[in-house]
Design a protein around this ligand. Structure first.
Ligand code: GLP
Length: 241
């Protein structure tokens, strides 16, 4: 694992933008694994700036999102589909035919999970997977205890995750209790992984990922087993490493 230490959130976003733009420009038909949450927002803002300066194009990009809440329509402002359109897709030249966010309101959720896996396979696999990390060490919505052999599946959210994400909703009762998430194995099959970590509330999880044992109790610890991981973390996130 390569660890890039930066000062703060802005520096993390800047560094991540340079990293991703370089890959999008270098890889012939880039397949990206994309993430939501507060962590990548600054990165997406900067990528849009680079797009507006003609430094990057998404014309040949295909993307697959990590996860989606079960029960939220695409039009729901709290759905991850809406997030991706609002924060990135609507502002660059990506074709919506080339993006796939799991459908959290599919009539058959199991089939939807299989379709997500099949889509990734048909695209030739993910070149670069972007990740954030939960304070409990989750990646995607793979909570502690998720088997490392998991593929895209419906997952139950931990109470701590529901509480952490309640900030986006009117009340905690509105936060879905389930999600579709790419599995740990799905994530590990990516050629390259970029993990972004910012803030003191992620410091424990990051320390466990970097120095702890590889265990299903800390889903992100599996990244120690991946051959091509870059972590960009700020000082606050690195405060207990
Ligand atoms: C969320 C998402 C993850 C994300 C993580 C951290 O619940 N499902 O994909 O990486 O938790 O979120 P944030 O970046 O908002 O701290």
């Amino acid at each position: 694992m390569e660890l890039i230490k930066v000062k703060d959130y802005d520096a993390m976003s800047e560094e991540a933008c340079a990293f991703l733009v370089e890959r999008i420009n270098r890889i012939e038909n880039p397949v990206l694994g994309l993430a939501t949450g507060s962590t990548p927002e600054g990165l997406y803002k900067r990528i849009i700036e680079k797009y507006n300066q003609n430094e990057v194009s998404f014309k040949k990009v295909k993307s697959f999102n990590l996860d989606e809440y079960v029960g939220l329509e695409k039009e729901d402002p709290n759905s991850y589909y809406y997030f991706m359109k609002d924060k990135l897709f609507d502002h660059v030249d990506i074709s919506l035919d080339n993006v796939r966010v799991p459908n959290g309101v599919a009539a058959d959720l199991k089939q939807e999970c299989e379709a997500h896996e099949a889509g990734i396979k048909a695209a030739g696999g993910i070149d670069v997977q972007l990740l954030g990390i939960g304070a409990n060490g989750h990646i995607g919505f793979n909570e502690p205890g998720t088997p490392f052999t998991s593929k895209t599946q419906v997952v139950d959210l931990e109470q701590s995750t529901i509480e952490a994400n309640a900030r986006f909703f009117n009340s905690i009762e509105e936060v879905p209790t389930q999600a579709i998430s790419m599995g740990i194995e799905t994530i590990m099959n990516s050629n390259e992984i970029l993990l972004l970590v910012s803030g003191e509330n992620k410091a424990d999880a990051l320390a466990k990922l970097i120095n702890g044992e590889v265990t299903e109790d800390v889903p992100a610890s599996v990244l120690q087993n991946h051959a091509n991981v870059t972590i960009i973390a700020d000082e606050a996130a690195l405060s207990v490493v």
